[in-house]
Design a protein around this ligand. Sequence first.
Ligand code: ARG
Length: 305
Amino acid sequence: MLVCTPNGITWRQICKSGLENPDSKIGFYAGDAESYEIFWEQLRSTIIQYHQVEFPDHLAWQPDQNFLAPMSTPPLAPVRTTRLRVARNLAGRRFPPAMNGVERQQVYQLVKESLQATPGVLLTLDELTESQKATLAASRMLFDNQDRFMASANILDDWPIGRAIFISADGSSGVWINEEDHLRIISIVPGYNLPKAVEAVTTLLTALESRLAFAWSNRLGWLTSCPSNLGTGLRASVRAECSPAEATKFRQLGLQLRGDQGEHTTALGSVYDISPQQRLGLTEYQIMDQLNEALCSVFAASETL
Ligand code: ARG
């Protein structure tokens, strides 16, 4: 008998991207919340390995009540921008790898309604003018349909139906609708400034949470289509200029370095995107603290040379 989730998600669907892209680091995308229960045994070791978390099955995972707690960050000259992004999916709905066009539209509508009272603009990707695209791209708030891993996972199907970007009135934060997850809440602020980014993200999250319920598991925290984002769904990063020696130190401290142009790009010059890889088994505060500790130790050490 073919095993599948109540929404009809099969194991074949979940590992399709990994099979078609042998260079995948993870290779799996969940089609719904239940994928993590029905196919837990198959996903377990990848999740443990990626997040470096030894978690017993009884682990009851709680989000950090202190997400809003002020974290002071010292000025660090090499840091150009600070970025936080939080992934969420709506409870009870299929995730982007398994949605049809109608479902993508429905998610868009629900998110649109929940942001009605939040100052800002909501732009659908099919209506973007070239100049709007250029502005969004320059501020790194644009997403596209070029990722081959996501294409294989059917996340980019029905493009651009239901895809939209909300930009807050002050431009410091935004929401991606129907990218890899139903929602990506993002804040990008100049320089090194985690408190400002936290404030911007939590403002949007609070607005969304007051109207929408998100997919959640006691074992895995916030559920995301890619297992790399389970737990907090939080990616905390900076774009910073660093020397090859500093880049090596960041890697030794367990941080992930990406090229300046986003995921799967290599650094062209000396500007890197630096972030802790783990999102599960840690609180939001601990993730930001990990980033902060690493930045302070590497850049402060360079200053005293
Ligand atoms: N599926 C890709 C892989 O396994 C991407 C993994 C992490 N990135 C992401 N955007 N979810 O290599």
